[in-house]
Design a protein around this ligand. Structure first.
Ligand SMILES: NC(=O)C1=CN([C@@H]2O[C@H](COP(=O)(O)OP(=O)(O)OC[C@H]3O[C@@H](n4cnc5c(N)ncnc54)[C@H](OP(=O)(O)O)[C@@H]3O)[C@@H](O)[C@H]2O)C=CC1
Ligand SMILES: CC(=O)[C@@H](O)[C@H](O)COP(=O)(O)O
Ligand SMILES: [Mn+2]
Length: 390
């Protein structure tokens, strides 16, 4: 039986690689629906190549244009459209490769229906990790990690008992500015930030890698996915991104997963789990060519956003959502040329420090904090622009 797949974010970096995987295994996978943002030309191509039944566009103008060209396809729009897509009857797995926490509501709907989730969209788990994991446990929905580090840990943990795990070690490339001092970060540009040393990815995550927010989000993501306390989740700087992550067992043995820097591997494993299918687009991986692997301690003074992620993770409640929301706004503002690189950190730190809450936040309260943070940080961005204009 083919696995029927819904793909959120089909036109993006992970989305396009997921389509490669689906196309390479027509006997295993079928794309029954997808969602995209603004890239209508790519969406048309996907509709022609994969003949999905349901499509969701972020923009009403695309919905109208696509409905004219593809009268037999059900086409929806916006966040409500995403929910409708997640609720269609006949599918097995929802691959969430949207960027940002807009991917959260359809993911929760799919989990409520007991569908499996292949999760690239880490923001979703950072905002609502406890709800997602609790709902998944209730409905039997499997959360299959796509993020390379978590996919590595997930693979290593197959057949390992949870009580045998002592700690997790997530590897970090260090991002595009890993060798710069904090002073040298004062005037870096977007082009500099988008030159990732190892991975080709969408702009938001590439910039998150440079600020080290990506690793912060990944620590919180790992805490939720694997139920490991924050003090037992470590991060090491590993320039080659060959070891995708490691697990230390109670007896001191360290199990690691290694591979090429090619997202098609973790995407395919999440879709084919528990099978390891043949990888038709295999990227050459030869350790003798790589030669040496390096591991260094993370400097939390140089990378304060990683330090802050541990703090918000341990505080719990709405704090991780505030960290994430502030980052989403600040990351976009830097991409838009409105703020400097170091102002991203300043805005996130201010949002977290100004946030106050009492114990026992519900999901609705967390989502309210997310919304409030976006409004506040957007205002602070405008204030910064005004101040600089003086
Ligand atoms: N890229 C990578 O290698 C990795 C990515 N991830 C995570 O995966 C997620 C996706 O990353 P990446 O592929 O790089 O991102 P991209 O920016 O390349 O792609 C984002 C996708 O989301 C779509 N999208 C954006 N907003 C909406 C919306 N409101 N409604 C519907 N679709 C929308 C975009 O559509 P459009 O382009 O048409 O506007 C695009 O298809 C992120 O959470 C990232 O952290 C994790 C590990 C690795
Ligand atoms: C491919 C992937 O999973 C990214 O999240 C990657 O981890 C980014 O690399 P760094 O954050 O380590 O620079
Ligand atoms: Mn990652």
């Amino acid at each position: 039986m083919k696995k029927k797949i819904i793909l959120l974010g089909a036109t993006g970096s992970v989305g396009v690689q997921a389509l490669d995987v689906i196309a390479a295994h027509p006997d295993q996978f079928e794309l029954v629906g997808f969602a995209f943002g603004k890239n209508i030309e790519k969406a048309r191509e996907i509709m022609q190549d994969f003949s999905p039944k349901v499509v969701v566009s972020a923009e009403a103008s695309s919905q109208i244009a696509l409905a004219e060209s593809f009268p037999d396809v059900e086409i929806h729009v916006g966040n409500e459209g995403l929910i409708k897509l997640a609720k269609i009857e006949d599918y097995d797995i929802l691959l969430n490769a949207i960027v940002g926490s807009v991917g959260l509501p359809p993911t929760i709907e799919a989990i409520k229906l007991g569908r499996d989730i292949a999760l690239a969209n880490k923001e979703t788990l950072v905002v609502a990790g406890y709800t997602i994991m609790a709902e998944a446990a209730r409905t039997g929905s499997k959360i299959l990690p796509v993020d390379s580090e978590h996919a590595a840990i997930f693979q290593v943990l197959q057949g390992v008992q949870k009580s045998d795990v002592r700690s997790l070690t997530i590897t970090a490339s260090g991002g595009s500015f890993r060798d710069k001092t904090r002073e040298e970060l004062l005037d870096v540009t977007l082009d500099d930030a988008l030159a990732h040393p190892n991975w080709t990815m969408g702009a938001k995550i590439t910039l998150d890698s440079a600020t080290m927010v990506n690793k912060g989000l990944e620590v919180i993501e790992a805490h939720h996915l694997f139920g490991v306390p924050y003090d037992d989740i470590h991060v090491v700087l590993h320039r080659e991104s060959v070891v995708h992550s490691m697990v230390t067992l109670q007896d001191g043995a360290v199990l690691a997963q290694l591979g090429a820097t090619d997202m098609r591997e973790p995407i395919q494993y999440a879709l084919s789990y528990p099978k390891h299918l043949t990888m038709h687009h295999e990227t050459p991986f030869d350790l003798t060519e790589i030669g040496a692997l390096h591991f260094e301690k993370m400097d939390l003074v140089r990378f304060p956003m990683l330090d802050l992620a541990y703090r918000v993770g341990k505080l719990g409640g709405g704090y991780p959502a505030v960290y994430n929301a502030a980052n989403e706004v600040a990351n976009q503002a830097f991409q838009d040329g409105k703020i400097t690189f170091l102002e991203i950190e300043q805005l996130i730190t201010r949002a977290v420090f100004e946030h106050m809450e009492f114990d026992g936040q519900t999901l609705n309260q967390i989502l309210a904090s997310d919304k409030r943070t976006r409004q506040k940080v957007s205002q602070w961005v405008e204030d910064l622009i005004q101040e600089k204009g003086k």
